[in-house]
Design a binder for this molecule. Structure first.
Ligand code: XMP
Length: 531
């Protein structure tokens, strides 16, 4: 093993799922954030919908439960209640925002409307000792928090004391320290709540008694063990895309089963500049992972000839990918398993979509059709991880930080960034322009401040003038957005001079381009990609 890929210290034989918390989801946009924060504190947790079968709550056997916020109002007749099981388990409970209000109602308190909603920064003042705020703020101290509510608790429930106040939420926090039930009106999971992490840590460690075994090193150790038990001596196939998820799956599997793993990397001709070579170099040469590269650019371009509709292009690229991958895999002997980089948010969203409760999964989900076609069993070692955890273990497994922090790249690649018909010339021009934009973002230290940046090729020509005459060339659009969840986004506002520099370089270095424009649309109503 190279120094680079040496694992961080793990607690061998630790059951990293033994200390577990449950997050009951009342529909807040921050529910996943709560879970990510608890995991960052080293505690395994899962999210279940608030109306889940109560047996599942019992079976999960959490050491503590967090009730999320949500858009509902406890004042409405059909407000979502807290299942009695939550309290029958005799474990600590933390209610956040709606979770606090629902707990107040459950125990005989009262909730009313503030008269006006409160969003954003507020100050809370501590009113007395409370385990949730220990070492965070003492009596009479104030702290900056983030609020987002229309209702508030107006009468404390039986057995609770009033432990913090704010101007708009006189009962900003309540506690029943005998039964270990706590409620906060503000959101400790968002970074604007300055002491949020310490407050959650008091809950997970002091109140629930967790010690923090959910660490990157322990996660890797556990995943490796589970992969070995699952696949035994069988061979496993992986469609390596070069993205973070499939790369981390490759490294985990490689650590677990070595050369029983066979990666197939399909170069569809729609990748970024030199991307195929870089993926091959990193895995084959630097990390010692066996990768079969299939150069299928011509095949994809042939299929895309004359096709201009974005959804048709997506379907063709997806179908062709499956066809190429299946053909290649048939050449490999004794493969029984297909590895996939499914991550925890995909699992939650699929469950939500199945029950009709959560957002619909994007129609552009990557390798959707593969498992059915391949008739192989699935191994999905990232199923319980959030993206930030995948990135962390990726770095521990030896992936370069630059690669781990790369902006997302869509499965159909440049196919949806070349508007209209996709052809070799457009792909080559776009690759060069994109590489200049990305290189400049790195050079000006702006890459990590942007969530996603790329260039779009427009199949229209425009007149320009160069020193020696007329130029009649293509138009490209620069796109850069800032977003937390890619569901909404706003166009990045770059420092003075940056866009001029990028445009100048593109126009000087790529003679086929006559004009560079910057896309200032936000999402909604725009989308991030142009197609
Ligand atoms: P939109 O354009 O829907 O993009 O605002 C949101 C995020 O999804 C990515 N995206 C895709 N990813 N296959 C993918 O794997 C696709 O067909 C696809 N279309 C968009 C997009 O890059 C952004 O990160």
């Amino acid at each position: 093993m190279s120094e680079h890929s040496r694992p961080a210290t793990s607690d061998v034989n630790v059951d990293i799922h033994a200390e577990r918390l449950l997050v009951l989801d009342y529909g807040s946009q921050y529910t996943q954030l709560i879970a990510r924060r608890l995991r960052e504190l080293g505690v395994y947790c899962e999210i279940l919908p608030c109306d889940v079968d109560e047996e599942r709550i019992v079976a999960f056997a959490p050491l503590g439960i967090v009730l999320s916020g949500g858009p509902e109002s406890t004042i409405e007749d059909d407000a979502l209640p807290i299942p009695q099981t939550v309290f029958d388990l005799n474990v600590p409970v933390l209610g956040i925002c709606y979770g606090m209000q629902a707990m107040a109602v459950h125990f005989g308190g009262a909730v009313g409307n503030c008269g006006h909603s409160e969003f954003g920064h507020a100050q809370v003042r501590s009113l007395g000792d409370c385990a949730l705020f220990a070492s965070v703020f003492g009596t009479s101290d104030s702290s900056d928090v983030w609020m987002s509510h229309g209702d508030r608790v107006e009468k404390l429930p039986d057995g609770f004391t009033h432990v913090a106040e704010s101007d708009n939420a006189p009962i900003a926090a309540m506690a029943d320290s005998d039964r270990h039930y706590y409620g906060v009106q503000f959101h400790p999971e968002v970074t604007h709540t300055v002491a949020g992490k310490e407050i959650l840590r008091n809950f997970t460690h002091s109140i629930c008694g967790c010690s923090g075994q959910w660490t990157a090193a322990n996660i890797i150790e556990d995943a490796v063990e589970r992969i070995r038990n699952q696949v035994g001596s069988d061979r496993v196939l992986l469609a390596l895309s070069g993205g973070v998820d499939s790369s981390v799956v490759a490294l985990l599997l490689h650590r677990a089963i070595g050369d029983q793993l066979q990666c197939v990397f399909v170069d569809n001709g729609l990748l970024r500049l030199d991307e195929g070579d870089q993926v091959m170099q990193m895995f084959n040469d630097n990390l010692g992972v066996k990768v079969l590269r299939v150069n299928a650019a011509e095949r994809f371009l042939n299929k895309l000839q004359g096709v201009t509709d974005p959804e048709d292009k997506r379907k063709i690229i997806g179908t062709e990918f499956i066809a190429v991958f299946e053909e290649e895999s048939q050449k490999l002997k004794n493969v029984k398993w297909l590895a996939q980089g499914t991550i925890y948010p995909d699992v939650i969203e699929s469950a939500g979509a199945a029950s009709g409760k959560a957002h619909v999964i994007k129609s552009h989900h990557n390798v959707g059709g593969l498992p059915d076609v391949m008739k192989l069993s699935l191994v999905e070692p990232l199923r319980e991880l959030f993206k930030d955890e995948v990135r962390r273990i990726g770095v521990d497994l030896g992936l370069p930080v630059k690669m781990v922090n790369r902006h997302p790249f869509p499965g159909p690649g440049l196919g949806v960034r070349i508007l209209g018909e996709v052809n070799q010339e457009a792909a080559d021009i776009l690759r060069q322009a994109d590489a200049i934009f990305i290189a400049e973002l790195h050079a000006q230290d702006l890459y990590n401040a942007v969530s996603q940046a790329f260039v779009v090729f427009l199949p229209v020509r425009s007149v320009g003038v160069t020193g020696d005459g007329r130029r009649y060339g293509f138009v490209v659009a620069l796109r850069a957005v800032e977003t937390i969840d890619f569901m909404t986004a706003r166009a990045t506002c770059f420092p003075d001079g940056f866009l001029d520099r990028v445009a100048n370089r593109i126009l000087n270095e790529i003679p086929q381009i006559a004009r560079v424009v910057y896309d200032i649309s936000s999402k909604p109503p725009g989308t991030i990609e142009w197609e």
